[in-house]
Design a protein around this ligand. Structure first.
Ligand code: COA
Length: 150
C-alpha cells in the first residue's frame, strides 16, 4: 500500500451532489432533427445552433455537436434527478423547457452549462460541470455532468 500523502489538499469533487450521463446515436438524432414538428426543433438556443454550425463545419459535424448538446441537457436532468434519489421529482421532466439548459462554449471550445429560468432558480445553490465527446465512427455523442454544491 502506498503511504498516504501528508497533505492531500482539497478533495476533488467533495461537493458533488449528483451525476448524469447520456449517450445519443447521432444518425438517428439527425434524422429526427430534420423532421418538422419534433421536439428537437425547439430545444436548442440560437447560441447552441451557432456554435454547432461553427465556421463552415460539415452537416455531419454540426449534427455531432447538436447531439452532444442534446445529451448534455438530458445529463443535467439526470444529475439533478439523482440528487432526489428515493423522492419524487420536483418538476415533471416532460414539462421542462430544455432551452433553459444551455451549453455555452469558451473561446477555446470548452463547453459549460448556463441555466436559465425555473431550472436556474431550482439549482441556484449548485454549479454544473460538463464534458462532451463525439465519435463519428461509433456514431455516438456523449455528455457527462457533475452537479456540485456551490
Ligand atoms: C479537447 C480535445 C481533447 C478534444 O478531443 P477530440 O477527441 O477531438 O474531441 P471529442 O469528440 O472527444 O470532444 C469534442 C468536444 O470536446 C469539447 N472540447 C473542445 N475543446 C475542449 C477543451 N480544451 N477542454 C475540454 N473540452 C473541450 C467540446 O465540447 C467538443 O465538442 P463540440 O465541438 O461539439 O462542442 C483536444 O482538442 C485536445 O486535446 N485539446 C488540448 C487541450 C489541452 O491539452 N489543454 C491543456 C490543458 S488546459
Amino acid at each position: 500500500m502506498p503511504e498516504p500523502l501528508a497533505d492531500p489538499g482539497p478533495v476533488p469533487l467533495e461537493r458533488a451532489a449528483g451525476v448524469g450521463v447520456d449517450v445519443v446515436g447521432v444518425t438517428a438524432f439527425a434524422a429526427q432533427l430534420g423532421e418538422p414538428g419534433t421536439r428537437f426543433a425547439r430545444v436548442f438556443t440560437p447560441g447552441e445552433r451557432r456554435t454547432a454550425r461553427g465556421g463552415g463545419r460539415s452537416a455531419s459535424r454540426e449534427a455531432q455537436s447538436l447531439a452532444a448538446r442534446w445529451a448534455a441537457k438530458e445529463a443535467v436532468l439526470k444529475a439533478w434527478s439523482s440528487t432526489r434519489y428515493g423522492a419524487p421529482e420536483v418538476i415533471d421532466p416532460a414539462a421542462v423547457d430544455l432551452r433553459q439548459i444551455e451549453v455555452v462554449t469558451d473561446a477555446w471550445g470548452r463547453p459549460a452549462v448556463r441555466l436559465h429560468g425555473a431550472i436556474a432558480d431550482a439549482l441556484q445553490d449548485h454549479e454544473v460541470l460538463l464534458s462532451l465527446s463525439h465519435d463519428p465512427d461509433a456514431d455516438v455523442a456523449i455528455a457527462f455532468v457533475v452537479l456540485q454544491e456551490a
